[in-house]
Write a protein that binds this ligand. Structure first.
Ligand SMILES: NC(=O)c1ccc[n+]([C@@H]2O[C@H](COP(=O)([O-])OP(=O)(O)OC[C@H]3O[C@@H](n4cnc5c(N)ncnc54)[C@H](O)[C@@H]3O)[C@@H](O)[C@H]2O)c1
Length: 260
């Protein structure tokens, strides 16, 4: 029997490439997005998140083998907090019960190398505490700050996701249930999210100054899709709580050997 995966953010970019890759391998994908998907939900709202599992069941009421939480926003504004952090956690926690019937259940989320950039400690703390109202308010303050204009919102959501994966992966609900839970951290990927940032040679040069990618430069979404496909495949039996950088080397350049 072919595997069944739920992919959020399936309408565009990395999510779309992942859906197409899995389908090209004969697997079944239930796409989730705010538009152009099998299940249309707004992951920025509590109502949308609450309807996710039922929406998936309506499309396919059998077991799900993999959950891939890919949907995200990069805007320097509060909705990025709602989608990237609370939407992602709600996807993984809300769909985890559907993995129970799979012989090889898997889960992954998409973080970013941006977690290595400056972050806001207060926002990261509020995210870890699960306080969405306060986190949205803090993001609103950051967006208004003339010094940073909200630049730390996106990076903070991704750092908070990394920390969540590290806290959760070895618990009864995930490792104890036989579910490898991991994250990928892409560098710059050519998708609609980054189109404006890499649209001219000058813009690309400036961005690569911040996010150095000595190995093959800016990547296409299929590069991340292949890694996501492996992490959620039957072959991945023992990767637990890892943040896997698929970034052309930006992590290595920025952090060197300082990670141990
Ligand atoms: N492109 C990059 O350089 C890059 C780098 C690192 C990490 N990422 C991460 O990869 C993931 C995918 O990004 P992408 O580059 O493919 O961007 P994209 O904009 O092409 O795709 C994002 C998808 O998420 C969906 N989405 C946004 N808000 C939603 C909501 N409220 N409810 C449901 N779906 C919603 C969008 O409709 C879209 O289909 C994101 O989590 C992003 O942060 C991207």
């Amino acid at each position: 029997m072919s595997r069944v995966s739920v992919v959020t953010g399936a309408a565009s970019g990395i999510g779309r490439a992942t859906k197409e890759l899995l389908e090209s391998r004969g697997e079944r994908v239930i796409g989730v997005d705010i538009h152009d998907a099998d299940v249309i939900v707004d992951l920025s709202t509590a109502e949308g998140r609450a309807g996710l599992a039922d929406g998936v069941r309506r499309v396919d009421d059998g077991p799900v083998d993999a959950v891939l939480a890919i949907a995200g926003l990069a805007a320097a504004a509060p909705p990025t907090v709602a989608v990237n952090y609370f939407g992602t956690i709600a996807t993984l926690e809300g769909l985890r019960p559907l993995l129970a019937g799979s012989p090889a259940p898997r889960a992954v989320l998409v973080s970013s190398m941006a977690a290595l950039m400056p972050t806001d400690g207060e926002l990261v703390g509020l995210l870890a505490a699960g306080d969405e109202l306060a986190a949205l308010a803090r993001a609103g303050e950051l967006a208004q700050d003339p010094a940073t204009t909200g630049a730390q919102i996106y990076s903070s959501t991704k750092l908070a996701l990394d920390k969540w994966v590290r806290r959760q992966a070895a618990t009864e609900q995930w490792a104890g249930a036989g579910i490898p839970l991991n994250a990928v951290a892409p560098g710059i990927i050519a998708t609609p999210m980054t189109a404006d940032l890499i649209g001219t040679p000058e813009a690309r040069h400036a961005l690569l100054g911040l996010v150095p990618m000595p190995l093959n430069g800016i990547a296409e979404p299929i590069v991340v899709a292949r890694l996501l496909a492996w992490l959620t495949s039957e072959e991945n039996t023992h990767l637990c709580g890892q943040i896997v950088y698929v970034d052309g080397g930006s992590d290595v350049v920025l952090r060197g050997d300082s990670v141990w």
